[in-house]
Design a protein around this ligand. Structure first.
Ligand code: SF4
Length: 214
């Protein structure tokens, strides 16, 4: 199957069957989303959503967070993975938001990546979810699902996957395509054993059509 045909089939299927796809993290503003995404590294959204209400209540702005210490923040986030590093990152991130960005979460990927705890994936999430930019954040689900379906050609790195997806998905669909692939990977095309029998992408999926070669 030609690549264009595969992309067209997959995107059409998602458009028709999953018209709404959003992050499962709870947040009310860009600052809260940035905190939630930093906390979600190597951790489930469900766990993050359990601890953020108290954190957002007691540290409602970057200014308040910047005046705190990692030791204080640690007590709020101790049940997520890597709480030591993440508490340092959150306070450092808030301090830099205040010192370099007037307390406003920036929209440019390179500026976002300057913030402590913010790598390329997190920067792409903020750029696309908050600012609706054509940025594709590649997490473990996006990476695996894109390779399985054949949207990427046995890509070896998240950056390779990101570039290939951005090149082939129409710009206006890139923000939602990120959520389509994550949710598909989380609930259907799961890592251990994909649920191919209930998947609507079978007609275009390289893995399904020829599992031995994938
Ligand atoms: S057909 Fe199977 S391998 Fe392909 S996307 Fe669906 S669940 Fe994943």
């Amino acid at each position: 199957m030609r690549k264009e045909e595969r992309y067209k089939g997959v995107l059409n299927w998602f458009n028709e069957n999953v018209p709404v796809a959003e992050t499962e993290l709870h947040y009310d503003n860009p600052y809260q989303l940035l905190i939630a995404v930093i906390l979600s590294a190597q951790c489930t959204d469900k766990r993050v959503n359990m601890i953020t209400p108290a954190l957002f209540r007691d540290f409602p702005t970057p200014e308040v967070m910047a005046a705190s210490t990692p030791e204080v923040i640690f007590e709020y986030i101790r049940s997520v993975s890597y709480p030591n590093n993440k508490s340092k990152h959150l306070v450092g991130m808030a301090k830099m938001l205040m010192s370099d960005f007037d307390g406003v979460v920036p929209s440019e990927i390179d500026q976002l990546q300057k913030l402590p705890g913010v790598g390329r994936k997190t920067a792409n999430v903020i750029a696309s979810v908050v600012y609706n930019k054509p940025a594709m954040a590649v997490d473990t689900h996006v990476f695996r699902v894109a390779n399985r379906i054949g949207l990427t050609n046995n890509s070896k790195t998240p950056l390779e996957t990101e570039k290939e997806l951005v090149k082939n998905i129409p710009e206006e669909q890139i923000p939602i395509a990120h959520h389509w692939l994550i949710l598909h990977g989380r609930y259907t095309c799961i890592a251990r054993k994909p649920k191919c029998e209930e998947c609507g992408l079978k007609p275009w999926c390289k893995y399904f059509l020829n599992p031995k070669k994938t």
